[in-house]
Write a new protein. Structure first.
Length: 199
């Protein structure tokens, strides 16, 4: 009984991967092209997420700054923190829903790329404010969502890229977002270094 339930997790993920592989290949390719265009023009990637999705932002930036599977020069990528330390003197900082947007306003430049891991948080005010702050700075956005996208499609600009995973289960969404990051990092390396590497 327990073994069958454990196997079901693997089967469910495998089925979902097969369902979305073709549909997500185009937006992941577009995301890789946007990232390489940004980085080769002297821009940087800013990445953010809430809760466990913030770990995906950290993972992406580590893979770009250090390496994915191949040695290459470091790429400019910064994971934004979901919280800021209280300033000296105890002054109140920005409201919690504006913490990410404040960092984007301070660090973002036109031509930079914001990567947002929204998971199942279709109405999270902090993530919506982050996307708006990026647009205000003439930055493009790469948005990864799961489940019901809610108002997200209406918040995106023409230059933005959307990678939706239509699963209502947070573990499956996170697994597929990590798989999308693997494919994205590989595609970035291929564009920068050529195809002589792991497939």
């Amino acid at each position: 009984m327990l073994e069958a339930r454990i196997q079901h997790h693997f089967f469910e993920t495998a089925d979902l991967l097969n369902q979305v592989a073709e549909a997500l290949s185009r937006p992941i390719s577009e995301a890789a092209q946007a990232a390489v265009g940004c980085l080769t023009a002297g821009g940087k990637l800013l990445a953010c997420g809430q809760g466990a999705d913030a770990d995906l932002a950290q993972w992406l930036c580590a893979a770009l700054m250090l390496r994915f599977e191949r040695e290459r020069p470091s790429l400019a990528a910064v994971a934004l923190g979901p919280a800021l330390a209280r300033p000296l003197g105890g002054q109140a900082g920005p409201a919690p829903e504006l913490l990410l947007a404040t960092q984007i306003s301070a660090l973002g430049q036109p031509g930079d790329l914001l990567v947002v891991f929204a998971g199942l948080l279709s109405t999270d005010p902090a993530l919506h404010a982050a996307v708006q702050a990026a647009h205000d700075k003439d930055m493009s956005v790469l948005l990864l969502t799961g489940g019901d996208p809610g108002p997200w499609p209406d918040r995106l600009a023409e230059t933005d890229v959307w990678i939706p995973v239509a699963s209502p289960r947070a573990p499956r969404v996170r697994e597929l977002h990590l798989m999308a990051l693997h494919a994205l990092c590989d595609a970035i390396d291929i564009q920068l270094l050529g195809e002589d590497g792991p497939a």
